[in-house]
Design a protein around this ligand. Structure first.
Ligand SMILES: Cc1cc2nc3c(=O)[nH]c(=O)nc-3n(C[C@H](O)[C@H](O)[C@H](O)COP(=O)(O)O)c2cc1C
Length: 203
């Protein structure tokens, strides 16, 4: 039986979305399938307008607490806010209290990938902050690690996001940078290896 996998992201300006697509590609290359979901916006429209945030896609469904329960494993794309996860991501998790209470997500597998505007802007601290949510739900965290992506991870000639906690991208202070081929490659490797790890439990 193949595991049922979701890739879930919150993306204001599209950087994390590109990584999410690469993660899905990696899962598919490994022989799996993944459904893509987005996390619903929570900021008021007048704030979003001031921030020049494009409307959320109408083609990608929003994740709900009930929907997440249907999956065996999921990868989450998280753009950093002050070295931490965004309120939108937390609002989703704050809607899952019933699952926490009943063990609805207990034993599921989870991984993550992140985006920051700058290097040192909090890629690792964002991942570490997310661990508390995973731990409280009993979600088994699957890191990217180094072994399967050593060369692109150890590359020092170009700016790049990502860490052993998960793939990542550096968006630039105005969001002017798009994920590089190297960053997308790491995200694809993460998807592939995540699927490989999870599939072992579903023989
Ligand atoms: C309120 C706010 C706080 C942010 N805090 C950080 C931060 O601590 N470090 C950082 O490097 N970037 C920070 N950023 C930049 C975002 O991480 C960046 O816009 C995002 O990763 C881009 O991904 P997206 O296009 O998928 O939304 C912040 C952005 C906003 C709006």
């Amino acid at each position: 039986m193949a595991p049922k996998i979701a890739v879930i992201y919150y993306s204001m300006y599209g950087h994390i979305k590109q990584l999410a697509d690469a993660e899905v590609k990696g899962i598919e290359e490994a022989g799996g399938k993944a459904d893509l979901y987005q996390v619903k916006e929570t900021l008021p429209q007048e704030v979003l307008a001031k921030m020049h945030v494009p409307e959320q896609s109408k083609d990608i469904p929003f994740i709900t607490a009930e929907k997440l329960k249907e999956y065996d494993a999921f990868l989450m794309g998280i753009p950093t806010r002050y070295g931490n996860f965004p309120a939108q991501w937390k609002t989703f998790w704050d809607s899952t209290g019933q699952m926490w209470f009943t063990g609805g997500y207990w034993g599921k597998y989870g991984g993550l990938f992140v985006s920051t505007s700058s290097q040192g802007g909090g890629q690792e601290s964002t991942a570490i902050a997310a661990m508390s949510t995973f731990a409280h739900h009993g979600i088994i965290y699957v890191p990217l690690g180094y072994a399967k992506a050593f060369e692109p991870m150890a590359e020092t000639k170009e700016v790049k996001g990502g860490s052993p906690w998960g793939a990542g991208t550096i968006a630039g202070s105005q969001g002017e940078r798009t994920p590089s081929a190297l960053e997308l490659d790491i995200a694809k490797i993460q998807g592939k290896e995540f699927y490989g790890t999870v599939a072992k439990a579903f023989h």
